[in-house]
Design a protein around this ligand. Sequence first.
Ligand code: FES
Ligand code: FES
Length: 182
Amino acid sequence: MTPARVAVAATVNGRARAFEVEAHHTLLESLRDDLGLTGTKECCLVGECGACTVLVDGRSVDSCLMLAVEADGATIETVEGLAGRAGLSAVQAAFLDTGAAQCGFCIPGQLMSAVALLADTPHPSRAEIEEGLAGNLCRCAGYEQIFEAVERAADAVAPARARTAEPRVDVAAIPDAKVAPQ
Ligand code: FES
Ligand code: FES
């Protein structure tokens, strides 16, 4: 028996979309299979890796853990919606400039988490960036470049205010600190 399909209407990357989904399908399946938005990646399917991250009503979600029918009436943003007529968004450009992508598989999810973080916290500290992207795993371990890219994007979007400086440890002031000879 063919499973019943359910009508869903949502705004996806700024466009009103009406489509039908199978009731048991996840938002990830629907984005990729029903709407052809394959930029959102399918990986662990259990909410561990963040490769499937999209924004739903401005909040980052693992689309593998959300049913497509739950997106009815929602505003959804995927990686395909980031670039505009003028070209790449500031976050995408920063990822490109820092060489943040290696195999690139995690990058759509990393970008969406970065967008959500910067919307809430325009000037994140390094610790806030690490926490904001903690749900996105990179198997290539390119974390340093990814975090640097988010810092660059923050500076590009809102350069007027400095990011919260990370406290620096004065190694010389620590008794018995073992400092390698220079
Ligand atoms: S595919 Fe959704 S969290 Fe890994
Ligand atoms: S760039 Fe390869 S998994 Fe992140």
